[in-house]
Design a protein. Structure first.
Length: 319
């Protein structure tokens, strides 16, 4: 029996309200020769198990794997990669859904270009507001760390990018995409682009990790240390340190700006989070004293100022 054309990994944790819609959009893909790997990450919601069991019995393309202990989103994805039997792997978060021709178009694009990765635009849903998010085309360049976005769920990958290079997601940490994509990009030569919004991403939901700012800011230093150690192992740290700083700043500005605009937290609560964690991440910058943190607005503005100055320096190094 031949292997499926591609494998789709779906981590499952406390998502029974959203899960049936997600899986239905996968089992009804226009590209039928696929496998769908559901990884139950020790979910406390018994309905998650009921739903996964139902779909695995209904459709023999659905594999159902359960963790005895919670390993986080990264751990569930790693399990899925290792269980995948095809040469290509994609990832879908279980509270999102996809267009029914998404994986056919991503597969056609990656095959046509003989690329390492293919990606598509996506639709961002925030309450009643929906916006199409277009993405810049990947371009192989000296600044490989910032050559594309760090999203995993709108892409299709050659599986051996992970297995051959021994690159996997960190477990039990948030920001697993950020910790993994920059490392993976050092092994990516080409990326195909599908200029259509095929993935539906829910920005926030109750209990979602993206809303847990304390964990996010705590994990910044963890994931950047993972990237730094990788760069040192690959002997590119001295050459690419300036691009690493740029990656740190992009992420910090994104998260600080989003936190500053979140009305669910008081200014005092915001500053308590930043005071507890931000200094650890700023130490990855060459001149951390340039960032002032008397208020979240000041932190945001001085981070942006630092990034503008760094951009001028990187322009002289990018080939």
């Amino acid at each position: 029996m031949s292997s499926p054309k591609l494998s789709i990994v779906v981590p499952v944790y406390n998502v029974s309200e959203y899960l049936p819609k997600c899986i239905n959009t996968l089992t009804n893909q226009s590209l039928e020769d696929i496998e769908i790997i559901l990884v139950n990450d020790a979910s406390p919601d018994p309905e998650d198990d009921t739903i996964c069991t139902f779909f695995s019995k209904k459709d023999d393309r659905v594999k159902y794997i359960t963790h005895q202990e919670n390993r986080g989103l990264g751990g569930a994805r790693n399990t899925g990669i290792k269980a995948a039997t095809s040469n290509y792997v994609g990832f879908v978060d279980s509270d999102d859904w996809v267009e029914l021709d998404m994986f056919e178009k991503l597969f056609q694009a990656i095959q046509l270009k003989d690329a390492d990765v293919s990606q598509c635009y996506f639709i961002e849903h925030k309450g009643a507001i929906s916006n199409v998010r277009k993405l810049k085309r990947f371009r192989k360049r000296r600044d490989i760390l910032n050559a594309t976005n760090v999203l995993f769920w709108n892409k299709l990958f050659r599986k051996d990018l992970f297995t051959k290079n021994d690159i996997y997601f960190p477990e039990k940490h948030t920001l697993e995409d950020l910790a993994t994509m920059p490392r993976l990009l050092y092994h990516v030569d080409s990326m195909a682009q599908v200029k259509e919004p095929l993935y539906h991403y829910i920005v926030t939901r109750p209990g979602a990790l993206t809303a847990n700012y304390d964990r996010i800011f705590s994990d910044h230093s963890v994931v950047f240390n993972i990237i730094k150690e990788f760069m040192e192992d690959q002997q590119v740290w001295e050459r690419d340190q300036i691009f690493f700083e740029k990656r740190v700043l992009k992420s910090l500005i994104h998260d600080v700006s989003r936190f500053a605009q979140d009305d669910l937290f008081t200014e005092r609560e915001k500053m308590e989070v930043l005071s507890s964690h931000l200094h650890k991440t700023l130490n990855f910058l060459e001149n951390p004293e340039k960032i002032r943190t008397e208020s979240i607005e000041e932190a945001e503005q001085t981070l942006k100022n630092y990034k503008w100055r760094l951009e001028a320096k990187t322009l002289l190094k990018v080939v």
